[in-house]
Design a binder for this molecule. Structure first.
Ligand SMILES: *[C@@H]1O[C@H](CO)[C@@H](O)[C@H](O)[C@H]1NC(C)=O
Ligand SMILES: *[C@@H]1O[C@H](CO)[C@@H](O)[C@H](O)[C@H]1NC(C)=O
Ligand SMILES: *[C@@H]1O[C@H](CO)[C@@H](O)[C@H](O)[C@H]1NC(C)=O
Ligand SMILES: *[C@@H]1O[C@H](CO)[C@@H](O)[C@H](O)[C@H]1NC(C)=O
Length: 481
């Protein structure tokens, strides 16, 4: 029995088990077995069974693995007829959707390679994977729009980047009940947009957007509560000005010289970027703020009444921190540096005293590994730092006496500390690690210690209490305390 002939049974099996959402594994299971039009026919037969049981399905999630497309592509091109090149994705999607009665959620996408990977052998003129194509959208959207609450389209960049799509305009014309919209990897026009009053969540990811100042976005989505702009290009002087926004994540890739966020009800804001930009934030209720920008020294923040968590990653931390000097409410502070604080920049170093003057209410402090390079070991005078309860430090190298003096500067002066976590870089030799741990725990025996290791791009790895007990039974301090 071939692999293919088993899948109708497999489908029925899965559908009975899970009527409400189409499991992604099932879809992938089907799609990975399809590579030519004969398979589409076979698949149609499978859809018949699908269709008998599926009208009740309210959501469809079809993610096309690009690798199978590339494979079938090279097979076809070896057969020397490029006109046959097609992917059955659209056909499958349409025939499946045609049987559903009240669809609330549609997710369709191509699992893209990274954008800048050369798409060798990929037909960029074809439209078979161009999912934000207006004609394709019109083939199905009007029929399901009445019930649609959530829509996600992840286009295929190699085909979509040459063609400006009017998908936003079509969605705004047809989907009056839509609450969540996500579009990835496309070039979007903002012409002829109606207001989308019901949409509360919008994600644009890897998008070329023809809305330099975000004026149309502001007008068309007045009730957004969640906005994610990830790698949205084409912006010049963008202003996010949304009255009901609560959560915003903005990853800036090209470098507009000035970005503005005005959001009177915003609670959580993340701004990340690779290039310098001046940033202006006017969000009095902001509670959690994560800022990661090089040279964000031109940060302009209006007074925050309620900022509790602040996480900053930038070059020259101290001048940046100084712009928060009117924000006394911060309780949790996390710092990381992107710069090299050497030579003339030495004067930008910050000390604990600086920090506590700016953030007198701080109870939790975390230094990511590069923050230490801008941290200056200095005694504090007259500033109350007994409020600090929690300290967390990421260490890159362990030079025993130097590292110990940095850590000691914090632990000796913040005498209210209770919980201390130190994470040591994975590369540090385990013998050095154990010696350092032992030295610390003997020198500050009253603290609640938590130890772990970290590595760039990976999740932190904590050492369990059991392992710690075991280790400490044979650990020796690396030198006399
Ligand atoms: C296509 O043809 C080339 C050479 O003619 C061969 O090396 C390659 O393996 C073929 N690819 C497929 C998928 O058959
Ligand atoms: C954004 O829209 C709001 C109303 O929803 C309006 O008050 C405000 O002036 C607009 N801002 C910009 C910059 O267009
Ligand atoms: C500082 O913290 C205390 C206790 O948590 C709180 O009562 C006070 O309002 C805070 N001060 C500021 C300026 O947030
Ligand atoms: C602040 O940090 C402490 C300790 O890391 C954590 O328990 C607490 O939930 C944080 N508070 C906020 C508002 O994030």
């Amino acid at each position: 029995m071939s692999n293919k002939s088993i899948f109708p049974l497999y489908i029925v099996h899965c559908l009975l088990a899970c009527m409400d959402t189409l499991p992604e594994t099932l879809v992938l299971g089907i799609l990975s077995r399809l590579d030519d039009s004969a398979d589409v026919a076979r698949c149609r037969a499978a859809w018949k069974i699908f269709n008998a049981v599926s009208p009740g399905l309210q959501s469809i999630n079809l993610q096309w693995p690009l690798s199978s497309y590339i494979e079938s592509m090279s097979r076809v091109s070896n057969a020397s007829s490029s006109s046959q090149m097609s992917s059955p994705l659209k056909t499958i999607f349409l025939s499946f959707l045609s049987n559903l009665v009240a669809v609330e959620s549609v997710r369709i996408g191509v699992k893209n390679l990274p954008r800048d990977l050369s798409h060798a052998g990929i037909e960029v003129k074809a439209k078979d994977l161009h999912l934000t194509d207006g004609d394709f959208i019109m083939e199905w959207l009007p029929r399901v729009s009445g019930s649609l609450k959530s829509l996600s389209i992840s286009d295929f960049w190699a085909q979509s980047c040459h063609r400006r799509s009017n998908v936003l305009s079509l969605v705004s014309a047809y989907c009056h009940n839509l609450a969540e919209l996500e579009v990835k990897n496309a070039w979007l026009s903002v012409e002829n947009l109606n207001q989308m009053l019901m949409v509360t969540s919008l994600t644009l990811d890897c998008i070329r957007l023809d809305d330099k100042e975000l004026i149309q976005l502001n007008k068309s989505f007045p009730n957004l509560q969640v906005l994610n702009l990830i790698d949205v290009r084409g912006l010049k002087l963008p202003t996010i000005h949304l009255l009901h926004l609560k959560t915003c994540h903005w990853t800036i890739t090209d470098a507009p010289p000035f970005v503005t966020v005005i959001a009177p009800n915003l609670i959580t804001l993340t701004i990340e970027g690779k290039k310098p930009a001046a940033v202006h934030v006017d969000a009095p209720l902001l509670t959690h703020f994560h800022l990661a920008l090089p040279h964000a020294d031109s940060l302009l923040v209006e007074k925050f009444e309620n900022l509790k968590t602040l996480c900053i990653e930038a070059s020259f931390l101290y001048p940046l921190l100084f712009s928060f000097r009117f924000t006394k409410t911060v309780e949790n502070l996390t710092l990381d540096s992107q710069g090299l604080t050497k030579g003339p920049f030495e004067r930008f170093k910050f000390s604990l005293e600086n920090l506590f003057k700016i953030f007198p209410n701080m109870t939790s402090l975390c230094f990511r590994s590069r923050a230490w390079s801008e941290f200056e070991v200095r005694g504090m005078f007259g500033v109350g730092m007994q409020e600090l309860r929690t300290f967390c430090g990421y260490l890159k190298i362990v030079d025993l006496s130097l590292t110990l003096s940095l850590v000691a500067c914090v632990l000796d002066q913040c005498y209210g500390l209770v919980d201390v976590s130190l994470l040591i870089h994975q590369n540090v030799d385990s013998y050095v690690l154990k010696g350092f741990m032992c030295t610390c725990m003997m020198r500050w025996p009253k603290l609640n210690w938590r130890w772990g290791t970290w590595e760039e791009g990976k999740e932190d790895c904590w050492i369990s209490d059991e392992d710690l007990m075991q280790m400490s039974s044979y650990m020796k301090p690396s030198f006399d305390i």
